[in-house]
Design a protein around this ligand. Structure first.
Ligand SMILES: Nc1ncnc2c1ncn2[C@@H]1O[C@H](COP(=O)(O)OP(=O)(O)O)[C@@H](O)[C@H]1O
Ligand SMILES: [Mg+2]
Length: 190
């Protein structure tokens, strides 16, 4: 299994790139945000538990997120690899992911970060909010809160993966296909 973590702030382009990368490399794309939103929409037990956190732009607690993530991975026992999008977002989640992948005889091959400035990202998210129906994209204050969450809880993951020699940063500004090309270069050289 070639497991890739797509890393980056909200709006960095993870979901957009994943659509191309999953086809190109025959990977299973798991977006934790998409899974949560599906559960919210269908008013499942998981959705009910996650709603308050998501609507405020806060992270859903680690335990709930990790349980959901493992359930998703287990749905694809024969995959070539997983493209993780939106997970891990905290050190504790990264440790849980490592422990889980080890338990199934696998590992994270690389963490690829899409980099872009906050000001550009806020514009992208407000734009996305016009059509996505996502409550957390429609209010600048909630968007800023997500960046604060990112800086406090998610940014430390860069050194976590750097220490393992698995961290690759890619310029996230450019056309969508230019960025796919940059990410592909990393994957092709693993
Ligand atoms: N390379 C890009 N250039 C300009 N806009 C982009 C680019 N990649 C994605 N976007 C736009 O930015 C927004 C956020 O992208 P998305 O892939 O949903 O980000 P993420 O999954 O990282 O939150 C989307 O509305 C998308 O159309
Ligand atoms: Mg996304």
């Amino acid at each position: 299994m070639t497991n890739i973590v797509l890393f980056g702030k909200p709006g960095a382009g993870k979901g957009t790139q994943a659509e191309f990368l999953k086809e190109k490399y025959k990977l299973t794309h798991i977006s934790t945000g998409d899974v949560f939103r599906f559960n919210l929409k269908n008013d499942t037990e998981l959705g009910k538990q996650a709603r308050v956190f998501m609507d405020a732009g806060d992270l859903v607690p680690d335990e709930l997120t990790t349980k959901m993530l493992i359930d998703e991975v287990n749905k694809h026992p024969d995959t070539n690899g997983i493209l993780f999008d939106g997970y891990p977002r905290t050190i504790s989640q990264a440790e849980a992911l490592d422990a889980f992948l080890t338990s199934i005889g696998s590992k994270v091959a690389a963490t690829i970060a899409l980099e872009a400035d906050d000001e550009i990202l806020v514009k992208r998210l407000l734009e996305r909010g016009k059509t996505s129906g996502r409550i957390d994209d429609q209010d600048e204050e909630k968007i800023r809160n997500r960046y604060q969450e990112y800086n406090e809880k998610t940014a430390p993951l860069m050194s976590y993966y750097e220490e393992q020699g698995k961290f690759y940063a890619v310029n996230g500004i450019g056309t969508i296909s230019e960025i796919t090309e940059r990410v592909s270069n990393v994957i092709d050289n693993l």
